[in-house]
Design a protein around this ligand. Sequence first.
Ligand code: GLU
Length: 300
Amino acid sequence: MLATHYIGRFAPSPTGPLHAGSLVAALASWLDARAHGGRWLVRIEDVDIPRSIDGADRMILQQLADFGLLPDEPPWHQSDRLADYQRALDSLIASGIAYPCACSRKEIEASLMAHGQTRARNSERVYPGTCRNGLQGRAARAWRLRVHEGEHHWTDRRLGPQEQYVAQAVGDFILKRADGQFAYQLAVVVDDGAQGITHIVRGEDLADNTARQILLQRALDLPTPQYLHTPLVLNALGEKLSKQSGAPALQTNEALLELNAAARTLGLQVQSSSLGDWLAEATAQWRARWLSAQGQPGKI
Ligand code: GLU
């Protein structure tokens, strides 16, 4: 069954060249789009300007092209989209869902300690809500989303039913940082909405963000796409490969070797030895696995 309307995307941050872990997400999102007869977009997520590396976007697009993964439209850059993020933030402020925050990281830590709370999530403290009811005369530094109590449920095509109590796990999260940069959560949701993304296929390390992103989609009156989070590639120490931990760049002169490794992570065994045939065979396998078995998670 082909989706009548499918737009997928791969959304790398240009913090370095792609590695074996990012190829898994790129390949899976491309395969899912092709298997559905849909469109596949690439979005360069350079909203975090201090972390972006000059030229990494061109390097990533060249690597993708070397693997035969060509976007159907010219890639967007988030650095071109700041006015849209501000417009979205303004609408959240106008409806009272976003509020200004004057707290520094130190103040947040001090407040949590004073209340005997030391909960941390990925080294981020859960915001104690100090500025929820006003700045008490202090100057605004950042903007946060007001998160209401309650459990949030969503279903991942691979991981199955998921739940997160966002207010406890994350708290009122940042939309625009004290340094003026828009947060990933806001940028990704605004762009997925603006590009009409219907299906998100990305690495499992991002699954934890999904509940927050669905909350933001609802707050901005945007549709919620379907999600599929792919298995992570681990190094010899069992750690997730990442640009930050120095994962080696992909060898594009060994395209089929790299693609075969990515395919194995996705539970595919592709035999073809020319790139075009390889991609067609992988697409057929993906279609058989994911389009005839929708709603049966946990297969890889
Ligand atoms: N830019 C994010 C990253 O490279 C991915 C965002 C997404 O796929 O939602 O980790």
